[in-house]
Design a protein around this ligand. Structure first.
Ligand SMILES: Nc1ncnc2c1ncn2[C@@H]1O[C@H](COP(=O)(O)OP(=O)(O)OP(=O)(O)O)[C@@H](O)[C@H]1O
Length: 452
């Protein structure tokens, strides 16, 4: 019998249900064995013959014992939905089926919504251009943060397993090769300042040998003064034939114009503003009197948000540290990640969060971009992101909410907002032509409904 079952949702910790999605019935429920990827369940509601099928399917899951696969399936409506979207050329998740269709060797400035797989696109381009027999750096990818560089490097390592002889090295603070050493890795991933040092101060990288240069989160790399100087200096020394790839979910107009100036004959993939927000991320706000009321609202949300994993964004390190301390004092389990932590502690914290050992991460904009943790089902803006002049930082808002709803999964973004700043929500709605729905976090029934 060909029955189809899939794990339905992640209730708390390791609880899961197995759903017969043809008949919309729960056929088994139980505890997920993290190590083997199996569901140690109570018996289901079906008769004996289906019992066998169910067992068969659970064994099948065990054969694919990657926890990630289970998580991916539990967080989307159905994996089938994503497959359908991947075949739809109008969907941001559209995937081509052949290498030729990827047009890998072109210069490109590309914009695509958060969580739609930009990393795989530029990693493939780098891997396709490397000559594995030549043992020196041939591709450089610049990332704005230490954490993002590590994450991208892991993608290169994973995808690179299929290309014998290709290695990656991390040009990051604290990872300095010894004096006189020669780099054999062909792909260098790092932050701009360190890559610059490796190119011009330490002469570890011969810039003339670089055939692909990637700027991930290109808009912030161009916009942040130091980053842009470093990136432009590295780029200037590269051969004319070097392929340039600039990727981001957001490009302000001025940044876009600059990008077009520095990339020769670029192919351009540009989105309209109203295409930037994803339908799979529902946006809400709760209006509060003051910081204390925002804190109460967050505590009420907390009961809901620990179901999966959550990121809470604050505007400053000071507020993030106050908030995480207050939550801990009140008995909640939260982790703090802000720029004042040493980079290796930050990387360690992201790893704990990625592995599900931390459920709620309180952080600043240091985590707003690129970080990909697929189990994140809710993002909370404890403060809305603002520029130094106090205006709304639309780009950061978009990147922050994009930490949930990765690759077609469902996500929720809640902004807690003091009365005086409610006008900012209207600005965000107008800017992205999107809807941010009011909710009342004091009403647990309403919250429960939203979650479902
Ligand atoms: N073709 C694919 N099929 C299934 N999953 C994919 C595919 N391509 C990428 N993914 C997954 O989608 C998730 C998001 O990808 P990625 O981090 O590259 O997004 P992004 O577009 O760079 O997002 P951001 O703008 O937030 O940096 C990752 O977990 C990745 O493994």
């Amino acid at each position: 019998m060909a029955a189809k079952f899939l794990p339905r949702f992640w209730r708390s910790g390791s609880q899961a249900e197995l759903l017969d999605f043809q008949n919309n019935n729960v056929v088994a429920e139980g505890k997920l064995d993290f190590e083997h990827g199996t569901l140690k369940g109570k018996s289901g509601r079906y008769g004996d013959d289906e019992e066998d099928v169910r067992r068969g399917h659970i064994e099948d899951l065990a054969n694919h014992s990657l926890l990630n696969k289970l998580l991916r399936r539990t967080l989307v409506d159905s994996p089938h939905n994503v497959e359908v979207l991947q075949r739809d050329p109008t969907s941001p998740l559209f995937s081509v089926k052949s290498f030729e269709e990827l047009h890998l060797p072109q210069n490109l400035i590309a914009q695509s919504q958060s969580g739609t797989g930009k990393t795989a696109a530029f990693v493939l381009a780098m891997l396709s251009r490397v000559d594995a027999n030549k043992k020196y750096p041939q591709c450089i990818c610049l990332s704005p943060t230490f954490e993002l560089a590590l994450q991208t490097g892991k993608v290169v390592e994973e995808m690179g397993k299929f290309c014998a002889g290709i290695e990656v090295i991390y040009a990051l603070r604290g990872n300095r090769p010894g004096k006189g050493s020669r780099l054999e890795a062909q792909i260098v991933i790092g932050t701009p300042g360190t890559v610059l040092d490796w190119c011009f101060k330490l002469r570890l990288i011969t810039v003339e040998n670089i055939s692909v240069f990637v700027l991930d989160e290109a808009d912030v790399m161009i916009n942040v003064q130091g980053h842009s100087d470093h990136s432009v200096r590295v780029k200037r020394s590269m051969p004319k034939s070097c392929q340039m790839l600039l990727f981001s979910a957001t490009f302000e107009d001025s940044v876009w114009a600059f990008a077009e100036r520095i990339v020769p004959d670029p192919n351009i993939i540009k989105l309209k503003k109203e295409e930037l927000t994803l339908k799979n991320i529902q946006q809400f706000y709760d209006q509060c009197e003051n910081k204390e009321q925002k804190y109460s609202a967050l505590c009420n949300l907390y009961g809901v948000i620990t179901i999966a994993q959550a990121i809470v964004f604050c505007q400053t390190r000071k507020i993030a540290s106050w908030l995480s301390q207050k939550l801990s004092d009140d008995g909640h389990q939260v982790a703090l990640l802000s720029g004042e932590l040493p980079v290796y502690d930050r990387a360690d914290m992201i790893q704990r969060f990625r592995e599900g050992r931390e459920k709620v991460l309180v952080t600043t904009n240091v985590c707003a971009r690129g970080i990909d943790v697929e189990q994140v089902s809710i993002v909370v803006n404890f403060d809305l992101p603002v520029n130094v002049d106090g205006s709304v930082d639309f780009e950061t808002y978009l990147h922050r909410i994009g930490r949930t709803g990765r690759f077609g999964k469902k996500g929720i973004a809640v902004s807690l907002i003091e009365n005086f700043f409610v006008y900012m929500l209207k600005e965000i709605e107008d800017h992205f032509n999107t809807k941010i729905t009011k909710l009342n976090s004091m009403d647990m029934d309403e919250m429960g409904k939203i979650w479902k």
